[in-house]
Design a protein around this ligand. Structure first.
Ligand SMILES: Cc1ncc(COP(=O)(O)O)c(C=O)c1O
Length: 361
């Protein structure tokens, strides 16, 4: 007899990018550079100190951490942000889930411009929020006209714009975000998980004029902290108050808060890897193009390449050479394409050699 799982979850697939530690893993857009020995020591010291009071619940409001995040975003964007405007959770996935819990739900829809981050529709589904997928242009860009027409037609409670977009790497201008805020009665979420790799201004600069705007960020990518599980957002203090209605009490452990603060104290060191990551990405772009393949213009730490008649065979061929990339080809608008993220110099070389062997020029 089947379990009484919610009707709307029956038949759905969980998020599941392969984890194959024995391969060169270039499939989940991580930063390939681990923390330095000195930063590891600082994090260990901070976590050990937090452990001395593990009998107590952590700061439910994570105020010190949120103040550090606000200071970083202020420095990065030039926009003065107060701790009350910044919220943090276990990865930006949890931040975005809380947004769906607070602003979505039964009878409401969320909207995204696809192809984009595959978790957005899953987070909508998990919170019984309807999902409307609006296609991007053939070159994966998003125009003001397309964006505004979509929100006018569908009246979403939450609209997602990912920039730089995953999995395409393409950037959406602030003119589109501003037009969406103007046209929308619902919340507009700009997912800036990869912002530090790009050169475009942040949507944080629009917060003052767009009260329903939410900008989400993460320490998983440029900050090289995917294992840390720390995502955050900037929005109005009212938005943050709404999220506090749905978060679980003490959702951020004392260990996470301590480790994240120790990492943030070394922001310059961590973001010092961004230049090297971009250099490897650009080397990948040139190497892939030299094989006669196309690469979508990217401002992220990954690239979309192809198109292939049999992308899954190419994916398998690369894996047979020990290199794991992401087969996104079954996604909406992505037939024929694969995604790979920048590796260390050695990993990038291994990828380019494997690709040359699998796809003769
Ligand atoms: C666009 C985008 N948003 C959010 C995330 C989630 O990141 P995390 O939960 O690690 O912060 C990812 C991860 O790949 C992503 O690509």
């Amino acid at each position: 007899m089947g379990l009484p799982v919610r009707d709307d979850l029956v038949g759905k697939q969980p998020y599941g990018a392969p984890q194959l530690p024995e391969a060169i893993q270039l499939n989940v857009n991580e930063n390939p550079f681990p923390p330095s020995a000195s930063l590891v020591a600082e994090i260990a010291t901070a976590v050990a100190k937090a452990a001395t009071t593990l009998n107590r619940y952590p700061d439910r409001e994570a105020l010190a951490l949120r103040a550090d995040l606000a200071a970083y975003l202020t420095r990065a964007t030039g926009v003065p942000l107060d701790v009350a405007q910044v919220w943090a959770a276990n990865g930006s996935n949890e931040v975005l889930q809380q947004v769906c819990q607070a602003f979505g739900g039964p009878g409401r829809v969320a909207l995204g411009f696809e192809p984009s981050y595959s978790m957005h529709p899953l987070l909508a589904a998990g919170t019984s929020t309807g999902w409307v997928a609006v296609p991007r242009a053939a070159d994966f860009t998003l125009s003001v006209e397309t964006a505004v027409a979509a929100v006018k037609e569908h009246q979403p409670a939450v609209t997602f714009v990912t920039t730089p977009n995953n999995p395409t790497g393409t950037v959406t201008g602030l003119d589109v975000v501003a037009a969406l805020c103007e046209a929308s009665d619902g919340m507009v979420v700009v997912d800036e998980a990869y912002a530090e790799f790009g050169s475009s201004p942040s949507a944080v600069t629009l917060l003052g004029s767009c009260p329903r705007l939410i900008v989400s960020r993460t320490m998983s990518k440029a900050f090289a902290g995917a294992g840390l599980r720390l995502g955050y957002l900037a929005a109005s203090a009212e938005v943050v108050d709404a999220l506090r209605l749905v978060r679980l009490p003490y959702h951020l452990s004392a260990l996470t808060q301590a480790a994240a603060r120790a990492a943030l104290a070394h922001t310059d060191e961590l973001l010092g890897t961004v230049g090297a990551v971009k250099a490897e990405r650009d080397r990948m772009v040139s190497g892939v193009q030299a094989l006669g393949l196309q690469v979508v213009p990217t401002e992220a730490n990954f690239l979309l390449f192809g198109p292939f008649a049999e992308p899954t065979a190419v994916w398998q061929g690369l894996l047979d050479h020990g290199v794991l990339v992401r087969d996104v080809s079954s996604g909406p608008g992505l037939a024929g394409w694969l995604r790979v993220n920048a590796g260390t110099p050695g990993e990038t070389t291994a990828f380019l050699e494997a690709l040359a062997a699998v796809v003769p020029a």
